[in-house]
Design a protein. Sequence first.
Length: 349
Amino acid sequence: MRFLSGTSYLPIGVDIGGRCIKAVQLRGGPGRWCVTAAGSIVRDNPGGPVENADIVQLRELMSKGAFKGRRVVLAVPFTQLLSGIMELPPRSSGAPLEELARSELSRMHRCEPDSFEIACWDLPAPARAGGATYVMAAGFRHEHAEELVDVVEAEGLDVYALDIHASAVSRVCSPLLEGVTGIAAILDLGWDQADLVLLYQGVVVYERKLVKCGISSLVDSLSRELKLHHKKAEELVRKVGLSAECPGVTPASVRAVNLGVNSYCEDLVEEMRIPLSYLANQYPDAPPETLLLIGGGGRIPGLEGQLDSVLDFYVRTVLPGDIVKCSPDIERQFGPSLTMAAGLGQFSE
């Protein structure tokens, strides 16, 4: 494994979200990553599969900005990810664990063993593991990979690699989790959904999609209640959040936004309860320790403090400057929404 370093430019990390596509290009290597270009576009068809029109916009963004080359690293769409945690024989047995993991994943998802690419890694032994090897596996069907690559490459870009969401965010956030001995969490608050990644001993041990916790659900609710266009409702959410008052916003609207964001936080905490209970059962001696907040929803005022007050984790929002070197303009413009793209941009060969 090697990292391109010095003055070499890495492939561009492209995070295709439900509403926006974010792109980041880095230079350097571990401990000295530097953002050389960053940008985002709003998709014409929010929430739908990636389309040629999305990639045309992305290509135009790259052409106008400081991006170098057309190689991109994409994430496997979470809705198409095949994943599972499995108990396999001890490694000392000499059993072909990777083949067994592929077979088990195909059984879980009812597909042929040779119909997908697979990545798998050993998990820290649970409290009652015995002599077994616990493995987490992730797969992506060839047909879905070809569809995604064809759309992107039809518009002149070169797909350098496909990565996994959990791998990308844990990679880029790893410097912030050094010294964490308990359970660490990364909560990615996106437009359509939230994604929760749980780590123990620096290893991804669980990932869960929180389908009811996309920012769009909060915006939709406020749009109906206040009879506002979706764009105006979204602006209110990002401007007011949990603030007690906000210049230029009526007290009634502030109260409505406060109630909406509080309800959203309650939904997040409830959706996180099952995966956190599972981890507490698997690793009872590992307490919740640090939760990193990323994604566009991380910019909602007061959200970090509210989650910190109701969860057992220490909660902190990840800004670009926390994980890579970047200009104040990039940090101010994008905030925590760039984290995933930066993680994809750190993909190693």
